[in-house]
Structure formats: structure tokens, C-alpha cells
Design a protein around this ligand. Structure first.
Ligand code: PEP
Ligand code: MN
Length: 281
């Protein structure tokens, strides 16, 4: 990690807390001492369903809404998001619920549009080493969630964060979303080591994404809890009204009732465990 400068913790108490301004009067806080839950479908599919789900997720305790408008898909024939129409739906959900929204920026040409419509910009796994994009995101004054690359080492991930920090934007959130291993029974392998290590090395907030991290609905709740206990400052989880009919990532999406239960469990755990983590790191 020697090459990292700005991403590393200088002293034990050094921690970044990020304020996400959002539409409500009080900002959502992300970082040490807080627990933040982000939820929503993989992709925004249509206005009615998204708005209905957004209200339900708020009731269940989500602090921030997610939803992809520009989707990186392995096959060019898969649904790749609604683009600008999706961004507009996110803005409507934001004003209906009062919750901030996060969405992925895939292409530097969409930077202005995504910045104008979202509260947090997500850099997806496939773009973790898109250095031109990272440098541009370093010039804006908005929180950026940097997902770990599919096969990126922890050092490469922190150096990618360094690009954004070094260009002037200090609002970086790291998200462990599982890495490629020899295992084929799960979609990816959520790297709990990385969560614990990055929390101890870096002052930046760390999230886990148990949906992409496991790829299997029945693993999402246990893996989310494991991430939290390992020290994550928040969890990002995919939820869909009818996972079997989702246009994207239905097999790893919780339904709203499952999310409701997970949210309660996580809030309880966060309350109980917070003091332990503060001592650990
Ligand atoms: C997502 O969050 O929907 C996503 C595409 O994630 P990742 O970049 O981690 O695959
Ligand atoms: Mn997804």
C-alpha cells in the first residue's frame, strides 16, 4: 500500500464522514459511527414500480435509494437501462420519499446528466480502473461510491480511490462487491478480509454489496450481516417487487418482505456491534 497517500489513515482517530445532502433537511451521514442502508432494484425498469418500491423501501428503513439507469451488461442483448428516462424517475422517487439516490455512471459523456440527477455517483466494478473517469470524478464535489473491480487487489482498489482523492474530491466511499475466485457455486466471493483490512488501513467509509457479492437471494441476508460485523459502515442491497420477473439480477434480489426483515436485523446489529467495531479499528 506504499503508493497510497490520501486514502490511508494517518492516525487511529482519522476517519472520513461523508454528508449526503439529499432532499430532506438533514443530510444522510456515511462513515464510522453510522450505519447506512442503500436499497433498490438493480435497474430502474419503469416509473410506477420504482415509485411504489421506493416508498416501501423507505418504510422498511432504507436511507438511500439505488437504481441503475445505465447498466453495464455482460451481453449486449440484455436490458441496459432506461438512460435519461431512468434518471428522471430517480429524481421523482427522491422527491416523493425524501431519500437521496445513487446511480451508476458508466460513460464520461453522461457525467453532467448523472451529476444533475443523483446524490451519489456509483463507479461500477468494470470501471474501477477507468482512470479518465476517476479523474473527472475527482473534479466534482459529490460523493462517489467506488466499487471494487472484479479482479482487483486491495491495493489496486485503494489506488483507484487515490485518483479521485488526488484530483480534489475527498468524498469517496469504497464498496466491496465480491471478487472472482475459483468458486463457481456463487456468482462472486465477498471478501470479508478486504472489509476488515480496508477499515483498518483507510479512513474512507466501506460498504458491502451482498447481492453481487453472492449472487444468490438466500445468501444475501447472512452475507450482509457478516459484512456489517466485519466493520462495514453500510450495506447496499438489491430489492425487487417480483424478483422472478426482474429485467436484471432477479436471482440475487430480495423481495420487499425479505428486505424488511433484513433491515430490522441490520439495524439491531448495528446498534449492538457499533461499540465493538470502534474498539477494533
Ligand atoms: C450494480 O450495482 O448494479 C452493479 C452493476 O454492480 P457491479 O459494478 O459491482 O457489478
Ligand atoms: Mn445488479
Amino acid at each position: 500500500m506504499n503508493a497510497c497517500k490520501l486514502a490511508l489513515r494517518q492516525e487511529k482517530i482519522h476517519r472520513t464522514i461523508i454528508e449526503v445532502p439529499g432532499p430532506a433537511s438533514a443530510p444522510v451521514l456515511i462513515g464510522q459511527g453510522y450505519f447506512t442502508l442503500i436499497a433498490g432494484p438493480c435497474a430502474v425498469e419503469n416509473r410506477e414500480d420504482y415509485l411504489e418500491l421506493a416508498l416501501r423501501l423507505k418504510q422498511s428503513g432504507a436511507h438511500i435509494l439505488r437504481g441503475g439507469a445505465y447498466k453495464p451488461r455482460t451481453s449486449p442483448y440484455s436490458f441496459s437501462g432506461l438512460g435519461m428516462e431512468g434518471l428522471k424517475i430517480l429524481v421523482e422517487a427522491r422527491s416523493v420519499t425524501g431519500l437521496p439516490v445513487i446511480t451508476e455512471l458508466m460513460d464520461i459523456r453522461d457525467l453532467d446528466a448523472v451529476c444533475c440527477h443523483a446524490d451519489i455517483i456509483q463507479v461500477g466494478s468494470r470501471n474501477m480502473q477507468n482512470y479518465a473517469l476517476l479523474k473527472e470524478l475527482g473534479r466534482i464535489n459529490m460523493p462517489v461510491m467506488l466499487k471494487r473491480g472484479l479482479s482487483a487487489t486491495i491495493e489496486e482498489w485503494l489506488l483507484a480511490a487515490e485518483y479521485v482523492l488526488q484530483a480534489g474530491n475527498r468524498k469517496v466511499i469504497l464498496c466491496e462487491r465480491g471478487i472472482r475466485t475459483f468458486e463457481t457455486a456463487t456468482r462472486n466471493t465477498l471478501d470479508i478480509n478486504a472489509v476488515a483490512l480496508v477499515k483498518s488501513l483507510s479512513h474512507l467509509p466501506v460498504f458491502v454489496d451482498p447481492s453481487h457479492g453472492s449472487g444468490l437471494r438466500r445468501l444475501v441476508s447472512p452475507v450482509a450481516k457478516a459484512g456489517l460485523i466485519a466493520g462495514a459502515d453500510g450495506v447496499m442491497v438489491e430489492v425487487h417487487q417480483h424478483p422472478a420477473e426482474a429485467l436484471c439480477d432477479g436471482q440475487q434480489s430480495l423481495d420487499p418482505d425479505e428486505f424488511d426483515r433484513l433491515s430490522l436485523d441490520l439495524q439491531k446489529l448495528a446498534g449492538h456491534e457499533k461499540r465493538i467495531w470502534l474498539d477494533l479499528y
